[in-house]
Design a binder for this molecule. Structure first.
Ligand SMILES: Cc1cc2nc3c(=O)[nH]c(=O)nc-3n(C[C@H](O)[C@H](O)[C@H](O)COP(=O)(O)OP(=O)(O)OC[C@H]3O[C@@H](n4cnc5c(N)ncnc54)[C@H](O)[C@@H]3O)c2cc1C
Length: 815
C-alpha cells in the first residue's frame, strides 16, 4: 500500500469500495496512470465487504442492462488478468413468478434483454425445479433463467480492481480520509486530508453512503440515504449443491444463493428501515448493524415457503448492513453540474457489485473523452433536482425505495412516499375536478381525471387500467373539442442580454434569429451531432428569449446553456420556472373558447402557428404561444403564478359552453405519440442525431455562424442513416405496448421501441422505435418491410411509417 501522498494528481478517487476501485482500474487501463485513490479506512470497509455478491444482468432499462452485462463479461476475465481470486461463479440465476402479472413482468424483461443478445430463457416451474431442486413449485406460474448470471465474492472483486488499478499505475492510500475539497473558479482544485493536500484536476466521489456528505464539501448535491439491508446465512447442509443458481422470488421479497454449502437468504422488504439519520460514526469500518428478527421474519417466512429446506436449517449468521438508496432507485454517475471536474459514482441501491464494472468503465471513459460514451440519462447526476438533497425527503423516500426493487414494476406506477413536494397553484382546484396525480421531479401532475364513478386512484395491471376510458375521453376532447392541460411543471428559462441571440444561435440547431414573437422548435446538439436537448425558444423582444423544456431536464438543459455562454458574453440566464403557471388549451374549439375571454384576435392571420404574444385573458395579462404537443390547434398560456387561479376560473366558467374537458399527462402522451412528436430521454438522447430521429427539418444547416454539431451533421448528411426513428401501430387493438419492446422486420430483429402508448384515435397501441440496417434505412426500406413487435415473448403485427400516422401534413395544428 502506498504511503507517500503526492502533492498533485490528475485524479483523486474518494473511496475504495468496489466502485472507487473499478473507476481507478478503468482510468488506469485507459492510460491515466496518475490516479490516486484515497480511502478513509480500508479497501471495501464501507458497504462492499458484506454484499451478498449476486451478479444479475437484467435491469429495468436497456442501458442499465448494457452496463450490467459488461460487468458480468469483465468478471469472467478479471481474475485471470489480475491474479486476484474473485470467486466468480456463473451458476445462472432464476427469477420465479407466483402469479401471472409477475410472470408477464419477467417475460417482458426477457423480451427486452433478448434485443441485445443477453441469453435468457422463459421456463416452466418444472424446468425451474430441475435447475434448483430445493424449490417449491406447486404455486408457481413460470420463471426466467439467465445462464450467464452468477455470484462473486465482493471483497475479492474490490481487491481485484484495486490490484488491476495498481498494476496500471494507480496508487491507493488507506487510512486517508478526505475532509475538505477546494474549488477555484468553478472547478475542483484540491482535496485535503490529515496527511496533506493534493492538487487535482478531477475528483470522483465514490464514497458510497458518505457521498452526500462528500458532495457537500464542494457544494455538490448527491441525494442518497442509507437503509438497513438484511440477510441470513444457514448452517451447511448436504442437500445444498454447489451449482445451485441464484434464486429470486420478488413476490416474496427474497433472494437466495448457495454460499460454501450454506444458503444465504436476503430480502427487499416493502417497508424499509432508513439508517444513519444522525450521521455515520467516524470509525465505521467493517461494521454491522443490530439484528432485527421481527423486521426480517415475514421475509424469512416467505423464504421457507419457497425453499422448504430452510425450515430445517439452523441460522448461522444474521447480517444487517447499511447501503445507500437514491430517490428513484437509480445510481448517480457523471460530472456534477455544480463544479467542473467533480465526478460522482455513488448511490448503488443494492446493485453496486453487479454495476461496478459498467459504472467504472463509463465514468472513466466520460472523463477521458470529455463526454459520456453512451446514453446514460437513467443514471446521470444531472437529472437530480436541488430539493432532492433535502434530508427529510430522502429519509422518507428511502422507506419506499428499497422495497421498490422487488415490488411489481407496474406500468404507470407512481412513488407514494415523500409527497407532495412541488405543486401547481391550481393543485386544489384540479383535485376537486378528480385529478389523479403522478409525480415527476417532485411535481404533482394530473395524469388523468376520474369520471363516471371511477375513483382517482390507480388500479394497476399490465392490461387496460382503471383510468383507460377516462383518459380516452380526455384524448377525444383534445381531438374533437377542447381540453385543458395543466403544464405548469414545464421548466422555463430566460436568456437576456445583447448577446442572447448570438449565444442561442450557436447552441440551437434551428435558426433563432427570428422576429420578435416567433416560437422556434429546436434541438441542442453536441459536437458529435447527438441531441442534448429538445425544446422551444420564443423571442420575447430583441434581447430576451424564453426557453421552455421538460421538467425532467430542468437542470440538465439549464447547465448546458450556462456552460455554453462564452466568458464575457452579455447574456444572463435565469430559471423562471416558478414564475409562471402554464395552461394548455388544446383542440379545434380552443380558438372559440379563448376568444370569449380575450379581445385579442386569434385567427390565423393575426396569430399564426409558432407565434407568441401577450394577450389579456380574464383579468390578467398572459403570454399566449400557439404551439402544441398534442397535434391540434391550441395555445400554451403562460400565466404569472399569482394570476393562475383567476385565469383558470375564467377558463372553466367560459369552458362550460364550449365543452371544456380537463385532461392529464396520460392523454397528452397518447396524443403526442399518435402525432409522432418525440420525447427527449426516450425517443431522442445524446446518442441519437436529428437525421436518425427524423428531425432534420429543424436543423438550419446554412444559418450564419453555424451551430454546435453542424460539421458532424454535414458529414452524416452525405450518406443514408443506418438507423431511423419509425412510428408503429399495432394491427390488433387489444395488446398494450409500453417501451423497450423488440421490433422485428421480416423476421429479423431490427430494434426496440423507445416509447409507446395507446392511441385512441388510431385505435391501438402506438410506438416509436429505431430500426437499424447496416446498408441504410430510407423510406423504401421502411415501407417494404413487414413488421412485428414482441410483447412478453409473443409477436404482434404492426404498421410502420416514417411520417406521422396522425395528421401527416400538420393541417390540424395550422387550422
Ligand atoms: C447486505 C447487503 C447485500 C448486498 N448484496 C448485493 C449483491 O448481491 N449484489 C450487488 O450488486 N450489490 C449488493 N449490495 C450492494 C453493494 O454492496 C453496494 O452497492 C456496493 O458495495 C457499493 O459500493 P461503493 O463502492 O459505492 O460503496 P462502499 O463500499 O461503501 O465504498 C465507499 C467507500 O468510501 C469510503 N469513504 C467515505 N467517505 C470518505 C472520505 N471522506 N474519504 C475517503 N474515503 C471515504 C468509505 O470508507 C468506503 O470504503 C448489497 C448491500 C448490502 C448492504
Amino acid at each position: 500500500m502506498s504511503t507517500d501522498l503526492p502533492a498533485h494528481a490528475r485524479v483523486v478517487v474518494i473511496g475504495a469500495g468496489v466502485v472507487g476501485c473499478s473507476v481507478a482500474y478503468h482510468l488506469a487501463k485507459l492510460g491515466w496512470s496518475d490516479v490516486v485513490v484515497l480511502e478513509r479506512r480500508q479497501i471495501s470497509c464501507g458497504t462492499t465487504w458484506h454484499a451478498a455478491g449476486l451478479v444479475g444482468q437484467l435491469r429495468a432499462t436497456r442501458n442499465l442492462t448494457r452496463l450490467a452485462r459488461y460487468t458480468c463479461e469483465l468478471f469472467e476475465t478479471l481474475e485471470g488478468e489480475t491474479g486476484q481470486q474473485t470467486g466468480f461463479k456463473q451458476n445462472g440465476s432464476l427469477s420465479v413468478a407466483a402469479d401471472k402479472e409477475r410472470f408477464e413482468e419477467l417475460k417482458r424483461g426477457a423480451s427486452m434483454a433478448s434485443c441485445f443478445g443477453l441469453e435468457v430463457e422463459v421456463i416452466t416451474p418444472a424446468e425451474a425445479r430441475e435447475l434448483h431442486p430445493l424449490l417449491r413449485i406447486d404455486d408457481l406460474v413460470g420463471a426466467v433463467f439467465l445462464p450467464k448470471d452468477g455470484q462473486i465474492n465482493p471483497l475479492d472483486v474490490a481487491q481485484a480492481f484495486a490490484k488491476g488499478a495498481r498494476l496500471n499505475g494507480a496508487s491507493i492510500h488507506e487510512n486517508t480520509p478526505v475532509n475538505a475539497i477546494r474549488v477555484a473558479n468553478g472547478r475542483v482544485a484540491a482535496v485535503s486530508t490529515p496527511r496533506g493536500e493534493i492538487a487535482v484536476e478531477y475528483v470522483v466521489n465514490c464514497a458510497g453512503m458518505w457521498a452526500r456528505e462528500v458532495g457537500h464539501m464542494a457544494g455538490v448535491n448527491v441525494p442518497l440515504h442509507a437503509a438497513e439491508h438484511f440477510y441470513v446465512v444457514t448452517e451447511p447442509m448436504t442437500e445444498i449443491a454447489h451449482n445451485l443458481p441464484v434464486m429470486r422470488d420478488p413476490g416474496g421479497y427474497i433472494y437466495c444463493k448457495e454460499d460454501a454449502g450454506k444458503l444465504l437468504v436476503g430480502a427487499f422488504e416493502p417497508v424499509a428501515k432508513p439508517w444513519g439519520m444522525d450521521g455515520i460514526a467516524a470509525d465505521f469500518a467493517f461494521d454491522q448493524l443490530p439484528e432485527d428478527w421481527d423486521h426480517f421474519a415475514p421475509a424469512l417466512h416467505n423464504a421457507m415457503h419457497r425453499v422448504p429446506l430452510l425450515e430445517r436449517a439452523g441460522i448461522q449468521t444474521f447480517f444487517n448492513g447499511p447501503e445507500s438508496f437514491t430517490p428513484d432507485d437509480r445510481y448517480h454517475i457523471g460530472e456534477a453540474p455544480e463544479v467542473r471536474g467533480y465526478f460522482v459514482a455513488a448511490g448503488f441501491n443494492s446493485i453496486g457489485i453487479q454495476s461496478s464494472g459498467g459504472a467504472g468503465r463509463v465514468v472513466a471513459e466520460w472523463m477521458v473523452n470529455g463526454h459520456p460514451p453512451m446514453d446514460l440519462w437513467d443514471v446521470d447526476i444531472r437529472r437530480v433536482a436541488p430539493f432532492q438533497g433535502n434530508a427529510r425527503y430522502l429519509r422518507e423516500r428511502t422507506v419506499e425505495a428499497l422495497g421498490l426493487l422487488y415490488a411489481m414494476h407496474w406500468p404507470f406506477r407512481q412513488v407514494e412516499s415523500a409527497r407532495p413536494v412541488r405543486a401547481s397553484p391550481l393543485h386544489e382546484r384540479l383535485a376537486r375536478h378528480g385529478a389523479c396525480f403522478g409525480e415527476a421531479q417532485g411535481w404533482e401532475r394530473p395524469n388523468w381525471y376520474a369520471r363516471d364513478g371511477v375513483a382517482p386512484q390507480y388500479e394497476h395491471s399490465y392490461g387496460r387500467q382503471n383510468w383507460f376510458e377516462c383518459s380516452a375521453a380526455e384524448h377525444r376532447a383534445a381531438r374533437e373539442g377542447v381540453a385543458l392541460f395543466d403544464q405548469t411543471s414545464f421548466a422555463k428559462f430566460l436568456l437576456a442580454g445583447r448577446d442572447a441571440e448570438a449565444v442561442l444561435g450557436r447552441v440551437c440547431a434551428n435558426d433563432v434569429a427570428v422576429p420578435v414573437g416567433r416560437v422556434v422548435y429546436t434541438q441542442w446538439l453536441n459536437e458529435r451531432g447527438g441531441i442534448e436537448a429538445d425544446l422551444t425558444v420564443t423571442r420575447i423582444d430583441e434581447e430576451r428569449f424564453l426557453i421552455v423544456t421538460a421538467v425532467a431536464t430542468q437542470g440538465r438543459d439549464f447547465y448546458w446553456l450556462r456552460d455554453h455562454i462564452p466568458a464575457g458574453a452579455h447574456a444572463v440566464l435565469s430559471d423562471v420556472t416558478s414564475a409562471f403557471a402554464v395552461l394548455g388549451v388544446m383542440g379545434p374549439r380552443s380558438r372559440a373558447l379563448l376568444s370569449a375571454l380575450t379581445p385579442a384576435r386569434l385567427d390565423n392571420e393575426a396569430f399564426p402557428f409558432l407565434t407568441s404574444r401577450e394577450i389579456e385573458l380574464g383579468y390578467a395579462l398572459v403570454r399566449a404561444s400557439r404551439i402544441t404537443y398534442v397535434g391540434e390547434l391550441g395555445w400554451e398560456i403562460y400565466v404569472p403564478s399569482e394570476f393562475a387561479c383567476s385565469v383558470y376560473d375564467a377558463l372553466i366558467e367560459a369552458g362550460q359552453s364550449h365543452g371544456l374537458v380537463h385532461a392529464g399527462y396520460h392523454a397528452m402522451n397518447s396524443l403526442r405519440i399518435e402525432k409522432a412528436y418525440r420525447h427527449w430521454g426516450h425517443d431522442i438522447t445524446d446518442e441519437d442525431t436529428p437525421l436518425e430521429a427524423g428531425l432534420g427539418f429543424a436543423v438550419a444547416f446554412d444559418k450564419p455562424g453555424g451551430f454546435i454539431g453542424r460539421e458532424a451533421m454535414l458529414r452524416m448528411r452525405e450518406s443514408t442513416p443506418t438507423r431511423r426513428l419509425v412510428q408503429f401501430a399495432l394491427e390488433d387493438p387489444e395488446p398494450l405496448l409500453y417501451h423497450e419492446e423488440p421490433i422485428w422486420r421480416d423476421g429479423v430483429l431490427v430494434g426496440s421501441t423507445t416509447s409507446a402508448m395507446y392511441g385512441h384515435t388510431l385505435g391501438g397501441s402506438v410506438a416509436l422505435g429505431y430500426v437499424a440496417h447496416a446498408d441504410g434505412v430510407n423510406a423504401e426500406f421502411v415501407d417494404s418491410g413487414s413488421y412485428e413487435i414482441e410483447i412478453a415473448g409473443e409477436r404482434y403485427a404492426a404498421r410502420a411509417s416514417l411520417r406521422p400516422m396522425y395528421d401527416p401534413r400538420a393541417e390540424r395544428v395550422k387550422a
